[in-house]
Design a protein around this ligand. Structure first.
Ligand code: NAI
Length: 291
């Protein structure tokens, strides 16, 4: 079992992953190239835990112990003693490969390197590693503490021992681990093309408005959110990168063609909740108007 976990990237996903494992008893060190992102993430997690405590879900002592288990890392070398490092940085193959190369010079040979990539090939991320057998996918969903499922992705060369160790870790933290092969989009983001990419196609063809599509898919088949609400939660930059990556990996199969609407909106910074405006507008995290 892993005791000391390094989390790299303190954005939407990294902070959630840090909180999940600190809550289940592991020591977590959080690193980001932007020091202010780490500070922000730790404060964000403290606020969430305080809300849970106010609702009687944990004692003051448990709250303080959980907060104390999340420590900032000032540099990558602070992660030298970790037995698992999970990266949740920007969704770019070469950046993730470089990060793992840097880490391999720092951590011990037994340390497992996991990637939270949504859509890049785990095998390709591992292909430039000195020890590709220690690289696996560990794909969480946003918000991590609430979305109690995680894909454990088996790259072509991932050691089965590490897959089983990640499965055990996820179960111990109360998440359901779904072991998936390393195919484009794994399970969730492959099936999700029909939801997200197709909704954008409907919008570009003028079939229906953002609000109509969201409402119908929520109230009809009963999805918790419509596709545009989900884009706003995930961040359109992240979702668009997934669309492009899945399209590339399926050799430009037209079924997966990404949307120019999404490309334009990413260029304009209309990313969703994190920039205050996406398909909807937000103030203090609350949807404020239907544009
Ligand atoms: P984000 O943009 O909220 O956070 C990324 C963080 O990584 C930023 O704070 C940035 O400063 C930091 N960063 C970037 N490059 C770095 C580097 N080389 N070293 C250290 N830190 C670096 O992104 P988000 O949404 O948390 O996504 C992160 C990863 O998780 C991506 O691979 C994404 O595809 C994946 N993912 C995202 C989901 C979502 O719903 N947002 C769901 C599942 C996976």
């Amino acid at each position: 079992m892993f005791n000391r976990i390094g989390v790299i990237g303190a954005g939407a996903m990294g902070r959630g992953i840090a909180q999940l494992f600190a809550s289940s008893g592991q020591q977590v060190q959080l690193f980001d190239t932007r020091a202010e992102a780490i500070e922000d993430a730790l404060q964000f997690n403290r606020n969430l835990l305080q809300r849970a405590q106010a609702k009687g879900k944990m004692t003051e002592t448990e709250l303080e112990a959980t907060v104390a288990r999340m420590q900032p890392a000032n540099t990558l070398t602070d992660l030298a003693d970790c037995d698992l490092v999970i990266e949740a940085i920007v969704e770019l193959l070469d950046v993730k490969q470089k990060l793992f190369a840097d880490l391999e010079a720092i951590v011990s040979e037994d340390c497992v390197l996991a990637t939270n990539t949504s859509s890049l090939s785990v095998t390709r991320i591992a292909s430039t590693a000195k020890h590709p057998e220690r690289v696996a996918g560990f794909h969480f969903f946003n918000p991590v503490p609430l979305m109690k499922i995680v894909e454990v992705v088996r790259g072509e060369r991932t050691d089965e021992r590490h897959i089983q160790a990640l499965v055990a870790l996820a179960e111990q933290a109360g998440h359901f681990p779904a072991i998936t092969p390393d195919t484009p989009g794994f399970l969730v983001n492959h099936a999700g093309r029909a939801f997200g990419t197709e909704a954008l196609r409907m919008l570009s063809e003028g079939v229906a408005s953002v609000q109509q599509i969201d409402r119908i898919l929520r109230d009809g088949p009963g999805f918790r959110m419509g596709p545009f609400e989900l884009f706003d939660l995930t961040g359109l930059d992240v979702s668009h990168a997934v669309m492009e990556s899945v399209y590339e990996q399926f050799y430009h199969d037209p079924r997966y063609t990404p949307s120019f609407i999404a490309a334009q909106r990413v260029a304009a910074g209309l990313l969703g909740r994190k920039t205050g405006q996406g398909f909807y507008r937000y103030e203090d995290g609350q949807k404020i108007e239907q544009p």
